[in-house]
Design a protein around this ligand. Structure first.
Ligand SMILES: NC(=O)c1ccc[n+]([C@@H]2O[C@H](COP(=O)([O-])OP(=O)(O)OC[C@H]3O[C@@H](n4cnc5c(N)ncnc54)[C@H](O)[C@@H]3O)[C@@H](O)[C@H]2O)c1
Length: 256
């Protein structure tokens, strides 16, 4: 029970295939009390239906492109949960059109929206959550993909936003470390989810990954959940500013 007595805020559950869901389950199984958010009314239905599987989590709406909603979330968490010990940021968005064809065709609007929702949001929620983690340590985990480091066909502007996200992890780790708050990222292999279905060719990527990765299997959400559990728990107390790959070793291959 690595997270017994701990409270965590998890952003990014859309359905039971979400990486955020896998992490929330791992955290709950390890004893954590959870606060979940949903992006909008459409997601609310799913999240309310799933929530009982995690005990009785507190639920809030939060669209991370809206500062007022982030402020309201943090006030609500303080009011109803007191404070938090960890935060999971497992969300991203890019317009579907930007996730096929050439990166060179990315519009200013698509670039701005993608970087705002997928990268800046980590800065905003980390800033909002830090006071809630006062004097209780604190661990923040976000999700990234190797398309930040290498060219992955069709990943395009999302790869650029993941590069910004990974750099943010390092800067945030340096800012928040003196308060005892750690910030890390998990770089997961491709998994079929609502968000990844927007990336043209995702099925082929999952198949190729399973065939070529040193561990010869596709990345499973439960593997990501277990590594997140490690990063959220005191077992990883000496680690911050890192990107840990959970991809069966795929990113170590030449040509990936
Ligand atoms: N699935 C993969 O192959 C894969 C691989 C590596 C990293 N990731 C990353 O994992 C994270 C979770 O994605 P997933 O694959 O579980 O997909 P998902 O569709 O289950 O989750 C994406 C979440 O982002 C939320 N979101 C989008 N815009 C938002 C906004 N403005 N405000 C609040 N929430 C918003 C959605 O509501 C959804 O819950 C993302 O950062 C993604 O880039 C995914």
């Amino acid at each position: 029970m690595l997270l017994e007595g701990k409270t965590g805020l998890v952003l990014g559950v859309a359905n039971n295939r979400s990486i955020a869901w896998g992490i929330a389950r791992a955290a709950r199984d390890a004893g954590a009390r959870l606060v979940l958010t949903y992006q909008n009314e459409r997601m609310e239905r799913n999240v309310r239906k799933l929530a009982p599987e995690l005990g009785d989590p507190i639920l809030f709406r939060c669209d991370v492109s809206n500062d007022a909603e982030i402020d309201a979330l943090m006030s609500g968490v303080e009011r109803e949960a007191g404070g938090i010990d960890f935060l999971v940021h497992a969300l991203a968005y890019a317009p579907r059109k930007a996730l096929s064809g050439g990166y060179v065709d990315t519009t200013r609007d698509a670039f701005r929206t993608t970087l705002d929702v997928s990268a800046y949001s980590l800065v905003a929620v980390a800033r909002g959550a830090a006071p809630l983690m006062k004097d209780r340590g604190g661990s923040i985990v976000t999700l990234t993909y190797v398309g930040s480091q290498r060219v992955v066909p069709n990943y395009n502007v999302m790869g650029v936003s993941k590069a910004a996200l990974e750099a943010s992890v390092r800067y945030l780790a340096n800012d928040l470390g003196p308060q005892g708050i750690r910030v890390n990222a998990i770089s997961a292999g491709p998994i079929r989810t609502l968000a990844s279905s927007a990336v043209s060719g995702i099925s082929g990527m999952v198949r190729m990954h399973a065939e070529r990765a040193p561990l010869r299997s596709a990345t499973d959400v439960s593997e990501v959940g277990d590594t997140a559990l490690f990063l959220l728990s005191p077992l990883s107390r000496g680690i911050t500013g890192e990107v840990i790959y959970v991809d069966g070793g795929y990113s170590t291959l030449l040509g990936t």
